[in-house]
Design a protein. Structure first.
Length: 313
């Protein structure tokens, strides 16, 4: 019953909740409206499409036929609700259209995202101890912390920080429906985080892949560093460059045709904002510049969305 209630309640929030954030969200727009003719005109004037123009326009039409596709076309990114949908809820659905099924189950970057979530979960679960305070930023619906097995520990405090009030509302509902107590939520820009030595572990996925300015990413990591207690752990991730950008790409075990279709959808049509690629060396350098000691780097089976575990000495 809790699962049914959660789905119904989330649907109500998605319809009625108005996002009215003073600061600009980098992951998605709060006010975009789908301008299909503008997208068609842009594609028709592009000379280097990944697929033929006819095939690309067919994909565009298919994207307009389901909510996830519409949101991506309007926003060029994902909010907390749709990130959770791609990782946890979408794969359980049986009534997906052909293209939505392909995105949820076959798109290489989505498969890597789903595996990345499981890797995060395993890392956090293995480090979970009684009395810890954990932060998820940006928290989205905070599935990374709410779905942890906390039966063998006590006095765990979970904190979610996000700039998107809609995501915070859904995270609160998620905690309620999963009977997850000792949770708190803060609406704040991660680059304005002013907390000092508060958290034992911080989990953060997504912000760095939307921000192309290396200096701003280092500032973000420095904020995480300050917010962690000594010996505190940061679990984060990054997107290595694809083979089309770097001959040293770590991407592997993918279907070349699936990669072309993915590029046509996310790069040519949607022009997704999350396509900020950095190498392992660049990411390690940014974390070390912020003061962290990198403990481990764990690659998913496709080498597309590696996880980094870093410690505050």
């Amino acid at each position: 019953m809790r699962g049914i209630y959660l789905i119904i309640s989330i649907g109500i929030f998605m319809i009625t909740l108005c996002t009215n954030s003073e600061a600009k969200l980098i992951t998605h727009s709060a006010t975009s409206v789908l301008d299909l003719e503008r997208i068609k005109a842009r594609l028709q004037s592009t000379s280097n499409l990944t697929l033929s123009l006819d095939d690309t326009l067919k994909l565009l039409t298919q994207l307009t036929e389901f909510e996830l596709g519409q949101f991506l076309l309007e926003n060029q990114g994902l909010n907390g609700y749709w990130t959770s949908y791609l990782i946890l809820n979408g794969p359980k659905k049986n009534d997906l259209s052909e293209l939505e099924y392909w995105i949820v189950h076959k798109a290489p970057v989505v498969k890597a995202t789903q595996e990345r979530f499981r890797i995060f979960q395993r890392i956090i679960q293995n480090r979970l101890k009684s009395g810890m305070t954990l932060l998820s930023i940006p928290c989205g619906t905070m599935d990374d912390l709410i779905t942890l097995d906390k039966t063998s520990v006590s006095n765990i405090q979970l904190v979610g920080i996000d700039l998107d009030p809609e995501s915070i509302a859904l995270a609160k509902l998620n905690a309620l429906n999963n009977e997850c107590t000792n949770t708190s939520f803060i609406k704040k820009n991660a680059w304005e985080l002013d907390t000092y030595e508060t958290y034992d572990l911080i989990t953060s996925n997504g912000l760095n892949i939307y921000e192309a300015d290396d200096s701003k990413v280092i500032i973000l990591y420095k904020n995480f560093f300050k917010a962690l207690k000594p010996k505190g752990i940061l679990v984060t991730s990054f997107l290595p460059p694809p083979p089309s950008i770097s001959k040293d790409s770590t991407w592997k075990n993918f279907d070349p045709q699936a990669l072309k279709k993915q590029k046509a959808i996310f790069a040519d049509i949607i022009q997704a904002k999350w396509q900020v690629f950095r190498t392992e060396a660049q990411t390690k350098n940014h974390l070390e510049t912020a003061g962290f000691k990198v403990l481990d780097i764990i690659y998913d089976t496709q080498g597309m969305f590696p996880t980094i575990i870093a410690e505050k000495p």
